[in-house]
Design a protein around this ligand. Structure first.
Ligand SMILES: [Zn+2]
Length: 53
């Protein structure tokens, strides 16, 4: 079982969590997880956004 800190990176400056194994389906970059204002995944490289329902 993997340790949490090996799977996640927390960015204190932006308040985002980066899940290391979550990749953008468009460009393959690591996506950032945002909780506010709505929970979503966002790719900072190509701008792809995936909303959680
Ligand atoms: Zn992307």
């Amino acid at each position: 079982m993997a340790k949490v800190h090996e799977l996640y990176e927390y960015d204190y400056k932006t308040g985002t969590i980066r899940l290391k194994n979550k990749k953008c389906p468009r460009c393959g970059s690591i996506m950032a997880h945002h909780l506010k204002p709505v929970e979503r995944w966002h790719c900072g490289k190509c701008g792809y956004t995936e909303y959680r329902t």
